[in-house]
Design a protein. Structure first.
Length: 412
């Protein structure tokens, strides 16, 4: 128990320092003069014929008109049925150049290289997944963030299929945790936000500077987050810019997805940690964000180490008492108490998320209750993903099948 208490104290110290630093220096945007903007929309879409049309229609229905020639759908095969749908909507098709490079970042880079060949200039590049559907005012709302001068803007990720299964529901809560419990607070303190995959823009000046899309790791979004932290890019979370996203419907699919996230997280940290630590030593204007980036999930890992070591010790004592034929109820109660305490803490975190998301999140009341009960277990299985991430020799980007049309349930 001593080890567990020490680990909890260390974790609380890290959390406390992050909270204290949040009120200190930060990076502020410089407002742009309002003008007529031109946006590019990039959509990686390998074998996404079942869902791509809903996204394209939602783009056509935007309150801020988008030219079809500024929408770029990236595919791998000319025989992909996605191609016919894109042609029907008279939008641009970009064919992948090197199919040995399977990651999303490579697909985005192919699209940008095509744009550079056409010598087109854009004020901002929006990145979506093929299964997304946009609220009619998504681009209009995002334009307010662009006019405010933010280099990167994140939209509000709602769930497209959260009522299909409890796995889809709790998977969608992962992004509630990132945005509602994390980015919303960071945004108030002008800290660098955590970028998560889709539904965001990058100002064109950065794409022009990079001359492509240089973020090609397993988790290209987290790599972009590290880059933004290192180079003081301004970021914002626009809750009024709503889009809908499809989540995995099976437990195994969530394991596959989250294992890739965990592996990509640590791969990216190895790439950026040396330069981030050097920047942290300078304690410049973005120090709060840099400190948080360097700490990462360390406080959570410390607590996991404390819990696991305590459980191992208690099981060891039970084995000794079994051999000596002595009672071991104290050890059993200790183990049950630890599991119960973890469940209650994660249950409360889930409750807060659902409370904050009550008016917006696309989940029925019955599914919210199921998610409330199951999400603590789902979060605990990240330990399983952590083990898989370090024991599997090779983890590649694997496609998750998308086939869900959008339905919005009014029962909240």
């Amino acid at each position: 128990m001593v080890v567990l208490i020490v680990c909890i104290v260390i974790a609380l110290y890290i959390f406390g320092k992050e909270a204290f630093l949040a009120s200190r220096s930060a990076v502020f945007p410089k407002a742009n003069s309002k003008q007529q903007h031109r946006y590019a929309i990039l959509i990686p879409a390998r074998d996404e014929s079942k869902v791509i049309e809903a996204l394209l229609i939602s783009i056509e229905k935007q309150s801020m008109p988008v030219s079809s020639c500024d929408v770029y759908v990236i595919v791998e095969d000319k025989n992909d049925k996605t191609v016919e749908i894109v042609k029907k909507h008279k939008m641009q098709i970009v064919y992948r150049q090197d199919l040995t490079k399977k990651r999303k970042g490579y697909a985005l880079d192919d699209a940008i290289q095509e744009i550079r060949k056409q010598e087109k200039q854009y004020d901002a590049y929006f990145i979506f997944d093929a299964d997304n559907v946009l609220d009619p005012k998504f681009l209009e709302e995002m334009t307010t963030s662009i006019d405010a001068g933010y280099d990167i803007g994140l939209g509000y990720r709602n769930t497209k299929n959260g009522n299909d299964s409890v796995y889809a529901a709790v998977s969608s809560l992962t992004f509630s945790m990132i945005n509602t419990l994390g980015n919303d607070n960071k945004c108030r303190h002008h800290k660098t936000l955590t970028i998560s995959g889709t539904g965001f823009y990058i100002l064109g000046k950065w794409i022009d500077k990079w001359k492509g899309y240089p973020f090609v790791s397993l988790t290209e979004d987290y790599e972009l987050t590290m880059y933004a932290t290192l180079h003081d890019l301004t970021t914002t979370y626009n809750k009024k810019a709503i889009f809908y996203d499809e989540q995995p419907n099976s437990y195994q699919a969530t394991i596959t997805q989250r294992t890739r996230w965990v592996r990509g997280y640590f791969d990216t940290r190895r790439q950026y940690m040396k330069v981030l630590k050097a920047k942290m030593a300078k304690k410049d204007k973005n120090y709060p964000s840099v400190y948080e980036a360097v700490m990462g999930i360390k406080p959570y890992l410390v607590m996991v180490v404390g819990v696991v070591s305590t459980l191992i010790w208690q099981f060891y004592n039970i084995c000794l008492k079994l051999i000596a034929k002595k009672p071991f109820m104290t050890e059993v109660m200790t183990i049950l108490g630890i599991f119960l305490a973890i469940y209650i803490c994660l249950f409360l975190v889930t409750y807060v998320m659902l409370k904050k998301e009550k008016k917006v999140l696309n989940l029925k009341r019955s599914m919210k209750f199921k998610a409330l009960v199951y999400n603590p277990i789902f979060l605990a299985t990240y330990v399983h993903c952590l083990v898989l991430a370090f024991t599997q020799k090779e983890i590649t980007w694997e496609k998750i099948t998308h086939d869900r049309s959008l339905t919005i349930d009014k029962e909240k």
